[in-house]
Design a protein around this ligand. Structure first.
Ligand code: FES
Length: 139
């Protein structure tokens, strides 16, 4: 079974800007107060639950790309485990430095015990870490 079948998305195609709600997890896999990593096709997501509500964001901190799914929930949002940045789960805005740029947030639906995240083909194509080293090709 391919990753596309697992997530429920046919493929990364579609019109630019088309939002598809992709099943990423069972609701029980993200208990209240927890943060987990899931994928929508190849897009890596940080999925968290705070006060009963599920949230999905990019999994990469905008400071130095640490994985937010390795962080933890704090009063103001999701805290990065590397240097302590905190991001608002609704808006993605940094509320505690050193990060100064927002993380991407995604719409979430929960239906019949499943978590669905709304993503576009552009999200899937461009949602990787910002500081990934370019692949060097032999000349
Ligand atoms: S990488 Fe997240 S705070 Fe530095």
């Amino acid at each position: 079974m391919s990753a596309s079948e697992v997530t429920g998305i046919a493929d990364a195609g579609g019109e630019p800007g088309d939002v598809r709600f992709v099943r990423v997890a069972r609701s029980g896999q993200v208990p209240d107060g927890y943060v987990r990593r899931f994928y929508a096709d190849s897009l890596e997501l940080c999925v968290a639950r705070s006060e009963g509500k599920a949230y999905a964001t990019s999994n990469y901190c905008t400071h130095l790309d640490c994985l937010l799914s390795s962080g933890k929930l704090v009063d103001d949002g999701i805290g990065c485990s590397c240097h302590g940045s905190v991001f608002d789960l609704e808006t993605g805005e940094p509320v505690c430095p050193p990060a100064t740029e927002p993380i991407k947030t995604f719409p979430v639906r929960e239906e019949d015990g499943e978590i669905y995240v709304g993503v576009t083909p552009e999200d899937i194509a461009t949602g990787g870490p910002r500081r990934r080293k370019p692949v060097r090709r032999p000349e």
